[in-house]
Design a protein around this ligand. Structure first.
Ligand code: TRP
Length: 339
């Protein structure tokens, strides 16, 4: 039986944080060990250019993300781990897909519509202000990422479901015109994936600037945990666990009986300082070994580069011949061929 293809991309604009880890990275690494699946995980560096025009940041982020995934034990003998820009067939496919994608479909993209709406509310109300063609056609690039490897399952956050639906539409359109080339992908949204709140109690996100980087030094990590906002209830006063940022994070790292125990301590009025200590210990125990490997990898970036190039080579074994087929089917090939 052929393996199910799971594919997902990580945009290279930031430093991996606890929320990324619990919500996406940890489950993806688990999945990389499943022998019935063939995961494709890649650094979406062309996607990064849509929202980030700082070259150093894009580069640094690629390094940090790759080091993170490798340090956490991604099984690269099963998973194909690569940089989008090392697989030029993806960009070529992006153009082929652009030529069968209705502009009207792209007009409906949430990300694009949100930017237009923001502009219309702002002064001067030029609806196109700051909107690049990259942002507008971003779902086509995402479709190319997915269809290039005929992915069956695409694990994503809720905000990306629409993009997967667009990839399905685009695949169907292409298949209809040029015969069946593409598998129709499905979004996988892990309903009980952990979402973690940040330092200020809003969702942990780089756009809120409230994140706790996954691999800070132990000392800094502890400091950040201590900075998480709580209410001003005193030790001994009963506390509500359900709406507590600390408790929410703890839940993403502990088993059920541990969670029950802490819930009891909340009712008994555990001091915030004490809870922060427990939380720090819990997470630190899980990530400390990977933190060491991360540091070692960051000190040897050539090893990371090697891994990425190996991944790209594996990916291109698939994408290069597939692209040849696609070129022929759209009428771009040696003119002597097939005559
Ligand atoms: N756009 C996705 C995000 O912001 C990242 C991404 C790029 C992706 N290409 C992809 C995810 C292909 C899944 C499949 O999260």
């Amino acid at each position: 039986m052929s393996k199910e293809i799971i594919l997902t991309g990580i945009t290279t604009t930031g430093t991996p944080h606890l929320g990324n880890y619990a919500g996406a990275i940890r489950p993806a690494i688990e999945a990389s060990k499943d022998e019935n699946a063939r995961p494709f995980y890649f650094l979406a560096d062309y996607h990064a250019l849509i929202k980030c025009h700082e070259p150093e940041r894009v580069k640094q982020s690629s390094l940090e993300i790759a080091a993170t995934w490798l340090a956490l034990g991604l099984d690269t003998s099963n998973a194909v781990f690569y940089r989008q820009s090392d697989v030029p067939e993806i960009m070529e496919l992006c153009w082929m897909l652009s030529c069968v994608t209705a502009k009207g479909l792209m007009n409906r993209s949430h990300a694009y519509k949100a930017s237009v709406a923001e502009n219309e509310e702002a002064e001067g109300n030029d609806p196109d202000k700051g909107i690049t063609m990259g942002l507008f056609s971003y779902p086509v690039l995402m479709a190319a990422d997915i269809l290039m490897f005929n992915a069956n399952k695409v694990p994503v956050g809720k905000d990306q479901i629409q993009h997967i639906e667009m990839a399905r539409d685009i695949a169907n359109r292409f298949n209809h015109i040029y015969t069946e080339h593409f598998a129709i992908p499905e979004a996988v949204v892990e309903e009980n994936a952990a979402t973690i709140l940040g330092l200020d109690g809003r969702k942990m996100s780089k756009s809120y600037n409230n994140t706790i980087p996954l691999f800070e030094t132990e000392k800094k990590f502890k400091k950040l945990i201590n900075k998480i906002k709580t209410n001003s209830l005193e030790p001994g006063e009963a506390k509500d666990s359900e709406n507590c940022t600390l408790f929410g994070i703890y839940k993403a790292f502990a088993n059920e009986s541990e969670v029950d125990e802490i819930r009891g301590l909340y009712a008994e009025g555990i001091a915030w300082g004490e809870m922060k200590k427990i939380l720090f210990e819990k997470i630190n125990t899980e990530i400390a070994p990977a933190r060491e490997r991360y540091q070692a990898l960051m000190d040897a970036p050539e090893h990371i580069e090697q891994e990425l190039l190996k991944g790209a080579e594996k990916a291109r074994k698939i994408s290069a011949p597939f692209m040849q087929k696609l070129r022929e089917s759209v009428g771009i090939s040696a003119i002597t061929k097939g005559r």
